[in-house]
Design a protein around this ligand. Sequence first.
Ligand SMILES: Nc1ncnc2c1ncn2[C@@H]1O[C@H](COP(=O)(O)OP(=O)(O)O)[C@@H](O)[C@H]1O
Ligand SMILES: [Mg+2]
Length: 253
Amino acid sequence: MATTPFICIRDLVQRFGEREVLRGVDLDIHRGETIALLGGSGAGKSVLLKHLPGLLHPAAGRVEVDGVDISAMSERELGPVRNKVGMMFQNGALFDSLSVGENVAFPLRERGLTDEKELRERVGRALDIVRLGGEEDKMPADLSGGMRKRVALARAVVDRPACVLFDEPHAGLDPVTADTIDHMIKCLQVEHGMTNVVVTHEMRSVFRIADRVVFLAGGRIRWEGPVEDFRRTTEPDLRAFIDGDSGEPWGRC
Ligand SMILES: Nc1ncnc2c1ncn2[C@@H]1O[C@H](COP(=O)(O)OP(=O)(O)O)[C@@H](O)[C@H]1O
Ligand SMILES: [Mg+2]
């Protein structure tokens, strides 16, 4: 691609104690694309995502966002980066004591927005995107799992980031609700020009929403390419992942 990448990851290394989770990850994320980030449980997908808004600092290597190296930035310097890169965390993580509206308003208040009228308008617009307009006063405990995910999504996009990271947005959802989430993710890309990185184990979602697939294994990018190439791959480990096949024989226990 001719344009400079929105996010540029070079030789990224991360370790916890003895365990090296990322062992030199190189990845470009381009403006306006939807990437599906795949890999087995514990492969380091969440750890990789957390480097993009600077929630983790690299042990080695670097991460550039919009042309700026964020690897060694302080929390204060990272503020503007986090306005560009929003994150929907694994498990949604809403504040149970705050209403839906206050949950969504949280990132705006965090960065100092105090005009109540503007807050209301922006929260309303974010809730409209996830088709929860008018539900500001509900409490998280009154919502279904799918609705909680949608509120978490609204919170991730309320400050209009250029890029949104989704960590397992489909986990625990029925197939129909998962499809609703897929529509919303695709709508963010198509109608709002957002760049999306989606960690998921739902292959149906991958083929519906991704432009490009990135497969993480052994602490490195094991494979990356267009979703159509991924669909047709004959590489055994990728095929096993797509087909959900452990290789164990059926009919015998
Ligand atoms: N803050 C942390 N402290 C110690 N180990 C961690 C931390 N975060 C992740 N890990 C470890 O890093 C590995 C990768 O985790 P993670 O990125 O969550 O995997 P996944 O691909 O399932 O999202 C796991 O072995 C996990 O236990
Ligand atoms: Mg994870």
